[in-house]
Design a protein around this ligand. Structure first.
Ligand code: NAI
Length: 258
């Protein structure tokens, strides 16, 4: 039995990851703003500290894997969006490094297939990576006018952070990989589809129809890939890999870039 930690475990992809891991007999320690072993608001520094301290206490012998899955969608308030989708991910991963090193643990980040898309978000992605938090948050407020610009930038920066750091972390026996899901049937998407403006609902429906596989993913279809990347027996040589699980959208939109 292995010990894993998952944030955003109360819903969607995070919940589906927990189901797969528990069904296989593993222990999963959950973190979320509700319905979790460790209840913490990851949009705040205090919440991040509570999450890291709680995991250090509950998994004192080390972690076999960590999935920082908590996230919010493109329409969320921009400052909080960058804190939850980027800084909380990096801060918790860094805070858990010693625990992960104890068991040669594996980290799976949850990026997005929007990470390489061109939403005029490069400056924000760079600012996030350089950890200039004040500049990044100001840029986020500015670029929020463009739909998905801030969201895409956080996911781009996550993938880059992984690529910048995976070699160093591998020295401690920790493999960091990431998934880049496409549109997935979770409240993050369905709430927008049901409650968003007419224009947004139309845009989301058109986007779904443009997916080569002609439907959005179910959370379990992303979770099985996360499970694969967590399992060193099956994916032991993956290090710094970004796996697109998006029904073919990335290949369709960027056939020559990989
Ligand atoms: P979801 O809305 O079903 O789940 C997100 C979870 O994060 C919820 O349980 C929520 O309570 C938690 N969370 C949000 N803000 C929090 C905070 N401040 N503190 C603690 N927990 C918080 O969404 P979904 O789709 O499962 O999202 C999971 C990850 O997958 C996110 O990082 C998202 O960006 C990513 N993703 C989702 C896609 C989709 O189409 N659903 C596509 C690509 C990436």
């Amino acid at each position: 039995m292995s010990v894993y930690a998952v944030t955003g475990a109360a819903s969607g992809i995070g919940e589906a990851v927990c189901t797969i891991l528990r069904t296989a007999g593993h222990e999963v320690i959950t973190v979320d703003q509700r319905d979790a072993d460790i209840v913490a608001d990851l949009s705040t520094a205090e919440g991040v500290a509570v999450a890291v301290a709680g995991l250090c206490e509950r998994a004192a012998d080390g972690l076999d894997g960590y999935v920082p899955c908590a996230g919010v969608g493109p329409n969320f308030e921009p400052t909080k969006l960058v804190r939850i989708n980027y800084y909380a991910v990096i801060d918790t991963v860094v805070g858990l490094r010693d625990l992960l090193a104890k068991r040669r643990g594996r980290v799976v980040l949850v990026s997005s297939n929007s990470a390489p898309m061109d939403f005029q978000n490069e400056a924000l992605a760079v600012a996030l990576l350089e950890s200039d938090r004040a500049v990044a948050e100001a840029l986020a407020v500015e670029s929020h006018k463009v739909l998905s610009a801030v969201y895409g930038a956080t996911k781009r920066a996550l993938a880059r952070w992984m690529r910048h750091n995976c070699a160093d972390w591998a020295q401690d026996g920790i493999c960091i990989n990431a998934v880049a899901p496409g549109m997935t049937r979770t409240p993050l998407v369905t709430d927008e589809m049901q409650g968003g403006t007419e224009a947004l609902q139309k845009a989301l429906l058109e986007f779904e129809q443009s997916i080569p596989l002609r439907c959005m993913a179910e959370p379990s279809q992303i979770a099985t890939v996360v499970d694969f990347l967590l399992d060193g027996e099956r994916s032991g040589y993956c290090c710094g890999s970004l796996l697109f699980v998006d029904g073919g959208i990335d290949a369709q939109s960027r056939p020559n870039e990989f």
